[in-house]
Design a protein around this ligand. Structure first.
Ligand SMILES: Cc1cc2nc3c(=O)[nH]c(=O)nc-3n(C[C@H](O)[C@H](O)[C@H](O)COP(=O)(O)OP(=O)(O)OC[C@H]3O[C@@H](n4cnc5c(N)ncnc54)[C@H](O)[C@@H]3O)c2cc1C
Length: 426
């Protein structure tokens, strides 16, 4: 609705906000809008049917859960929650196109919906392994994991399988490997790069996870060049082969930018946004995994794939939608669980610490047995990231040092006499 005052256009009241994608980002945005007092119409649209499930457990506890019928413990929010917050959830309906000029969108049912403001929380989908003419994602017996339906297929297939091969040694591949081992399966992890977690973790953390999985009986193979996958048989470029009952491909994700691109919004490896998650159209925001944001943390464009980023970007976008001052960017954080080990990381491991054997990463052992943390420093000497394994204190201190921008030297961190708690006092 447009308000006219003294005959001039005065302001436009937002009456209807549509959020495309009802997962971690979309739901957090709707929740924040209500908390900030938005009393207009909020519609969440998701192509997945049913109530949305949490994503992180899908590679962990969900695969171990016995009951196929009742997954209610994994719901992101209950049906009541949507009602209590006055949210209109349209599940099992895909958005086919957006007209940013007319401020409408077209559903795959043929219905048109009007919006005043639009939030794109369309996330990402698993990258398909392309081998010449063959897309391995399409091959029989291959499973990829992103949402609840994928996880249900994987859970059922895991029950049947004896030999599981996981292509991709990233966090999802490794979490699935840990779950499969817990179920007593024989597991091989095939990674194309020279080390596990090569895109995201320090060299030291990669080595830690390789040893962890090997100690749990996983056959971890790096530098693997796969030539083909056919009926559960993996053929390598050097002519070797490996048989599997179940092949899981987890080689990263592709952001779902197609809707935005077709609507004429600026996209790259994600939907381009400013640091407040506003796209190239002033009334359209993009949040979560799909957003390629010029963020305040690194000053460059960054696309982050984590629950924390989905929530933080949702909070910032919601404040902007309400015309309020958005909260500041937080230092990114992430967690993973594999076997009995919980990783908590804060900050971003700099590329030099990711790629060079000569990294500036300091290893620190915690007070209790098995606690270990890796502290990566940027080339300018500033602390850039902490990866803590089973060491909540190292994680909390590292995160606070990063949040506050406290200058700390590698020597202080490397000194086993340093009491971490004292570093964040005052
Ligand atoms: C198995 C697994 C384990 C993970 N574990 C962790 C973890 O331990 N820690 C962590 O921090 N992060 C983890 N993540 C990552 C985290 O779940 C994602 O970063 C987060 O889900 C991103 O939220 P999102 O809302 O941006 O996107 P998504 O969760 O990808 O949701 C996007 C939604 O948009 C919908 N959608 C897309 N296009 C359309 C359309 N045209 N019409 C209608 N609907 C559409 C999709 O159906 C989907 O539901 C994990 C992810 C997976 C898959």
């Amino acid at each position: 609705m447009t308000y006219y005052l003294w005959g001039h256009l005065r302001m436009t009241k937002t009456e209807s906000i549509i959020i495309i994608g009802a997962s971690h980002g979309g739901i957090a945005c709707a929740e924040r809008l209500r908390k900030l007092g938005f009393d207009g119409k909020i519609t969440l649209i998701d192509r997945l049917a049913g109530l949305p499930l949490e994503r992180p457990p899908l590679s962990k506890q969900f695969l171990l859960a016995a009951g196929e019928a009742d997954d209610s413990g994994f719901l992101l929010r209950s049906a009541d929650w949507f009602d209590e917050n006055g949210l209109d959830l349209m599940a099992g309906v895909a958005v086919a196109s957006i007209d940013v000029g007319a401020k409408t969108l077209l559903l795959d049912t043929g219905r048109n919906l009007a919006w005043d403001k639009l939030v794109l929380a369309t996330g990402a989908r698993p990258r398909v392994l392309e081998l010449g003419a063959l897309s391995v994602g399409d091959a029989e017996g291959v499973v990829m994991l992103r949402h609840g339906d994928d996880a249900r297929v994987l859970r059922a297939r895991l029950r049947e399988a004896r030999r599981v091969v996981i292509i991709g040694g990233g966090y999802i591949g490794l979490e699935v490997a840990a779950s499969a081992r817990k179920l007593g399966k024989s597991v091989v992890v095939l990674e194309a790069a020279a080390r596990l977690l090569a895109r995201v973790a320090s060299v030291e953390a990669s080595a830690f996870f390789a040893e962890l999985h090997q100690s749990q009986g996983v056959d971890v193979r790096c530098d693997q060049q796969i030539a083909g996958v056919d009926s559960g048989r993996i053929v390598f470029a050097d002519g070797g082969a490996l048989d599997a009952d179940l092949v899981v491909v987890g080689i990263g994700v592709i952001p779902n930018t197609e809707l935005a691109e077709a609507a004429g919004l600026a996209v790259g490896n994600g939907i381009l946004t400013d640091r407040h998650y506003r796209t190239s159209h002033a009334d359209v925001f993009a949040i979560g995994d799909v957003a390629l944001a010029a963020d305040g943390y690194t000053r460059g464009g960054l696309r982050l794939e984590s629950v924390h980023h989905a929530q933080m970007s949702a909070d910032i976008a919601a404040a902007c939608l309400m015309g309020e001052t958005p909260p500041p960017h937080e230092v990114p954080w992430f967690w993973s669980e594999q076997y009995h080990i919980r990783l908590q990381s804060a900050g971003l491991v700099p590329p030099d610490a990711q790629n060079s054997q000569n990294s500036q990463t300091i290893t620190r052992h915690g007070r209790r047995e098995g606690q270990i943390s890796f502290w990566s420093f940027a080339q300018d000497g500033a602390l850039a990231a902490v990866e803590a394994l089973g060491d909540a204190q190292a994680y909390m201190v590292g995160r606070q040092l990063l949040e506050k921008g406290v200058a700390i030297s590698p020597e202080v961190i490397g000194d086993s006499d340093t009491d971490l708690k004292t570093l964040i006092k005052g």
